[in-house]
Design a protein around this ligand. Structure first.
Ligand SMILES: NC(=O)c1ccc[n+]([C@@H]2O[C@H](COP(=O)([O-])OP(=O)(O)OC[C@H]3O[C@@H](n4cnc5c(N)ncnc54)[C@H](OP(=O)(O)O)[C@@H]3O)[C@@H](O)[C@H]2O)c1
Length: 185
């Protein structure tokens, strides 16, 4: 059993907002495609990645897109029995992040683990010893938000470049953003 690394992936605007009223405050098609590509791509084609999310994020995914395709969906909730009854077969429901990690490490068909939100799940993941990187899309505009990406210690996470991740400014619908990668030191 190998120790799984946790990678966080999020898009946040200038005020670190990530969501409003159970949805995303912006519509960025290419950024969404980046999320899909990063979380879906496994080097070993016989394996898939896991996406770990809070129950509210699960609820926020439009029905036609869930479970997120080609990934093992793992939902965190304090009401495991209730939520288990509501999710499709194959979706894993666990009571906390350590249980999610245990489950992933116990399955030989899972390659990597992506933490996809929301706030408290990001916080638990960035504080976890298994945390490796934060893939943060930094949107250069302020949107009204009610959910925020947690503050992280920039001394503990170092900005790095990575093959396959565009480091130059990108633009979509008149909105500028950077896809940045921070590695835990
Ligand atoms: N921009 C982005 O990258 C991004 C990414 C993800 C989400 N979002 C947005 O963020 C919002 C949703 O995020 P959110 O922060 O409100 O909710 P969330 O983190 O997705 O879900 C919160 C729920 O997760 C469960 N939970 C939280 N901490 C837990 C723990 N330690 N152990 C077990 N279960 C735990 C609880 O579920 P129970 O209540 O069932 O117990 C809690 O109510 C939406 O607006 C969504 O669109 C944005």
């Amino acid at each position: 059993m190998s120790k799984v690394k946790l990678n966080l992936i999020a898009a946040a605007c200038d005020n670190m907002g990530i969501g409003i009223n159970g949805t995303l405050p912006w519509r960025l098609k290419n950024e969404m495609a980046y999320f899909t590509s990063m979380t879906s791509t496994a080097k070993d084609k016989s394996k898939q990645n896991a996406v770990i999310m809070g129950r509210v994020t699960w609820d926020c995914i439009p029905p036609k897109y869930k479970p997120l395709a080609n990934r093992i969906n793992v939902v965190l909730t304090r009401n495991v029995d209730d939520v288990k009854k509501k999710v499709p077969e194959g979706v894993e429901v666990v009571p906390d992040l350590d249980e999610a990690i245990k489950l992933i490490e116990g399955r030989s068909d899972i390659e990597g683990a992506w933490v996809i939100g929301g706030s408290s799940i990001y916080k638990a993941a960035m504080d976890h010893p298994n945390c490796d990187k934060i893939y943060l899309t930094e949107i250069q505009k302020t949107f009204e938000c009610d959910t925020f990406f947690p503050e992280f210690d920039r001394n503990k996470f170092q900005l790095v470049t990575e093959d396959g991740v565009i480091s130059e400014k990108q633009s979509e619908n008149g909105i500028d953003y950077y896809t940045r990668v921070y590695k835990k030191c």
